[in-house]
Design a protein around this ligand. Sequence first.
Ligand SMILES: [Zn+2]
Length: 573
Amino acid sequence: MRDLIIKNGIVYDPLNNIDGEKIEIHIKDGKIVDKVDGDAKVIDASGMIVLPGGVDIHSHIAGAKVNVGRALRPEDKVSEFNEAHTKLTRAGTGYSVPSTWVTGYRYAKLGFTTVIEPAMPLLEARHTHEEFLEIPIIDKAAFPLFGNNWFVMEYIREKEFEKLAAYINWILQVTKGYAIKIVNPGGVENWTWGKNVNSLDDHVLHFDVTPREIVEGLATANEMLGLPHPIHVHCNNLGHPGNVEHTIETMKAVEKIKPKGEREVVLHITHCQFNAYGGTNWNNFESRAPKVAEYLNSHKHISIDVGQVIFGKYATTTMTADGPWEFALHHLGGMSAWGAKPGIKWVNGQVEGESGSGVVPYFFSPKVAVNAIQWAIGLELVLLMKNMWQIFLTTDHPNGGPFTSYPQVYRWLMDKKSRDDVLLNQCSKKAATQTQLKDIDRELTINELCIITRAGTAKSLGLKDRGHLGVGAIGDVSIYKLDPDKMDGHAIEKAFTQAAYTIKEGQIIVKDGEIMATPSGTLLVAKGQISDSSMETMLEEIKLKWRDHYSINFNNYAVQDVYTPKVKLVNGT
Ligand SMILES: [Zn+2]
């Protein structure tokens, strides 16, 4: 591959304190260097902005529940999202649950080069990696689900944190995972009995532990292992009015846990928009985003991502390991558009004694008061934050809407006129009365956008080789046709919808919104620090338990190396 020089572009690289400077970027052998000598291909980025490749911290792109979503939604294959094959690309389809190959192409066209699949049931790891193999271009990682796992809950009940850490490390190794994911801790286990948990101190049936103990225990083990990312938590009571109390309780539960290494954050709350609700019912439903922002603005140990709601032409497909929530959503009237009866379609999945899942189609309408308020809450969360390194942009694809809607969200965040147009002219009036959005004048800068979509996410993941354009980083770069001095809402959305260039490790992948090359991405895996003897003790113990507890063979857990030809390991500290 030829060396590459990017000239004349306006560079944004917040991790290296570069905020809109005309500097050259040089890439040699896939990595950013000071200077390439000799023959190099030159990209003239005049009139363009240059950012590190996008890093999406939470997007459901692969695995069993995504595939169930595809099967549940034949109508998701709307014609405008059908893509014919080209000389380089395969055909594909799907609005909210795109097929595998086009998932890679679409992310690349937006300038993203790394994407995290945030919910991998242990027994469905192989399926996840099989789909990863088909998604080209982007690097990927998967977070195994631990929050309702029997071994996890037993170790926490017995306060055997060394063995818990060993178990987590083993699961990360055999499923080829990256970080600890927790979904509705305790609630999904109770759902196997048709129940849920209602507070952090409710009991998990038959395990004698509470959601609070699960969160504290897994955070403790995470720091023992020194894993690169904090525990990644989908809180209890997601989606319900008044749930902000449980969200703040979850944040407080880990105040005393010390992060290991350079990390300041010990707990990441994902798609926080769905957990920032006030009110006691759907009629007095209101935003409590200010309360969440206020807590984050005075505490460094928490980060969040948004879970922004999108008003699409079509229904999206909600999917989560939070089985009891999907049951509730199904009753609330899943897919009310399309003339279908509310909530007519619903899938519930239970994966042995380890995890659950649910899938429900859902249409977010600006005319529906609750949906309009949810839309405003997502934007409030970003705009009320002081430290942008604690908040990241997601739609919780495809839960709030598909990732292809990101440019629209950038527009709302960076241009008050555009978001006020939606708020005041398209939304139910309650969006303005039940939130503070109309009074917020802030418009995000390109530098801030760069933090919440790549620099901050890479840092949160402990990935030092990306999210920035400094020497030694991989040559992942996205370039957009945008003049920072002449930006309006339309120009912002247009520029970010089609990257002028997306470069992956020095190779031009996208030019003017067209795919130019389709290399396969790398799988990112992480490993914690723990003694061999702890691993041996734990393995002996769980092998014995397996004989009595489980219908699954111990050996079924391991995903063989053949499924992951390109791997990069990040070690704990
Ligand atoms: Zn999610």
